[in-house]
Design a protein around this ligand. Sequence first.
Ligand code: ADP
Ligand code: MG
Length: 216
Amino acid sequence: MQTLTLALSKGRIFDEAMPLLNKIGIHLIHDIKHSRKLILATCEETLKIILVRAQDVPVYVRYGAAQLGIAGLDVLLEQGCEGIYQPISLPIAQCKLVVAAPKDKLADYATLSQQGRRLRVASKYPRLTENHFAKKGVYLDFIKLYGSIELAPLTGLSDVIVDLLETGQTFKANGLVEVELIHPISAQLIVNQTALKFNSVPINAFIQKLRKVVHE
Ligand code: ADP
Ligand code: MG
């Protein structure tokens, strides 16, 4: 029987996905706390888990190196979903993608975000940021960052940021407030479309089981 590979990212997605997988009877065989292994066996002989970077999960699934994956909707929207089927929205890694501005510069934002004005925006998400401001007719100076995005407006690098917001604590601690919602975000089960066609029985069985625990 053919083995299925499920791609997960370490950290939040792995930590929140494992309890869901446990509920459908998928358990890891070894304790991974002190392990550096990137391929993990499960109690289901036909399912293994691989650990990759969050942005790389859709890449593995798109090319079929993993038939299944769990990826943030932010990453999927940013990269595009070609060749990827997205059957279940999971109730994990829930947050929202927003525009945030320094709370003492809200009046500036109101002016700079008008049609025909120019705005400097720092973010990890070039495509989502460009789409959002194009719709508003705002000219964009986009500054690509890879982390600690909240620092950008505090240091004068940008006027505002586009970033994920969960509880708001990080924004609050850095004097930022949400000014616009771009998209609600949560983790998605993703499936390689070709694999689904040619190996539909075990993949559909997996989807059905997961769907059931998600809707319980
Ligand atoms: P990385 O920082 O390497 O992108 P994370 O584990 O922080 O990895 O993020 C993985 C995914 O988890 C993101 O793509 C997003 O969908 C989700 N996520 C990130 N930050 C948050 C957050 N603060 N609250 C909820 N979900 C989040
Ligand atoms: Mg992160």
